[in-house]
Design a protein around this ligand. Structure first.
Ligand code: NAP
Length: 285
């Protein structure tokens, strides 16, 4: 009787819960020591329903761990200059520990200019150029939350990255690009694929570690996964479908993240953790 191999699942829900429990205790300690809870400012331009939902969800999670959230809703017609001024004021406000600008902020906004108005010490979402540089050089700083969550999963499951070939499919500023940099920092040999890459499948077939961050359902074909490879699916598409063909990939991979319950819960866990860390840094030594 033959049995089909099935990869071990990387349980992001459980790991995120453990991280969040520690974050809750740390937030309480900050509140005790300085008499004010850690505070995350959330900035939302316009009323895109998905963005409204994301921000509401993030604020609810903040409350549940003892982080205060200060919401700053701005009209859709807000200019880049107005947004930059708002974020600069939050950067200078000693009552704010972390700043999250929900993106996309709108087609008329110079999003890079807005991100750069975030004080790197409050960049708990890891979106500024300085945070990216620190991440890339392996220096202290806040990481991009989803790539940071991916690295925590790889650590938790003791995936040895040194000398392994990691293929990252996607190069967005918040996901693929920083994920590749963090993998490089752990001595993986990193290949990036993007929309101009000639043959993604050939590269995936050579990968010891695959990170899928494409935004296309089941884009990474299961039959391209090298037997024994570690598969991280950061994708989240309609109908709870990832960027990897999970059912086939799991018959070949050694470890794989499910969707949902893999990378998704890690992103918010890292955001909360980094917000408390920013608050801890404000405490007198
Ligand atoms: P994005 O900004 O749209 O970037 C997609 C990337 O995929 C781009 O670099 C693009 O290449 C590349 N790509 C598109 N078509 C391709 C193709 N045919 N072949 C190879 N590469 C291709 O998306 P994102 O924000 O990084 O998000 C990616 C996925 O992760 C989405 O499913 C999103 O929902 C999910 N996500 C999850 C979380 C979480 O918390 N779990 C957080 C953020 C995003 P170019 O650069 O050449 O255009």
């Amino acid at each position: 009787m033959s049995t089909t191999h099935s990869a071990r699942l990387m349980d992001g829900t459980a790991l995120a819960r453990r991280i969040t429990e520690r974050t809750t205790a740390r937030a309480a300690a900050v509140t005790r020591r300085r008499g004010a809870a850690p505070c995350l400012a959330t900035v939302l331009v316009g009323d895109d329903p998905a963005s409204v939902t994301y921000v509401r969800m993030k604020r609810a999670r903040c409350e549940s761990v003892g982080i205060t959230s200060r919401h700053v809703p701005l009209p859709a017609a807000t200019t880049t200059a107005e947004l930059v001024a708002t974020i600069t004021a939050l950067s200078e406000d000693p009552g704010v520990d972390g700043i999250l600008l929900q993106h996309p902020a709108g087609p008329h906004i110079d999003e890079r200019a807005a991100f750069e108005a975030i004080d790197p010490a409050k960049d708990v979402d890891g979106v500024t150029m300085r945070s990216f540089a620190a991440m890339s050089f392996g220096l202290p700083g806040f990481v991009s939350c989803t790539p940071g969550g991916i690295m925590r999963l790889l650590e938790e499951y003791e995936v040895d990255l040194a000398g392994r070939h990691a293929v990252v499919v996607g190069r967005s500023a918040i996901l693929g690009r920083p994920a590749g940099m963090l993998l490089l920092g752990r001595d993986a040999t990193v290949t990036y694929c993007h929309s101009r890459t000639a043959d993604v499948g050939t590269l995936v077939r050579e990968a010891d570690v695959v990170v899928a961050a494409v935004g296309r359902p089941r884009f990474v074909r299961g039959e391209d996964v090298k037997p024994g490879a570690v598969v991280i699916d950061a994708g989240y598409n309609a109908g709870n479908v990832g960027d990897v063909d999970f059912e086939t990939a799991r018959t070949r991979a050694s470890l794989i993240t499910p969707v949902p319950g893999g990378v998704g819960p890690m992103t918010i866990a890292v955001l909360l953790e980094q917000t408390v860390e920013a608050a801890e840094r404000s405490l007198p030594a």
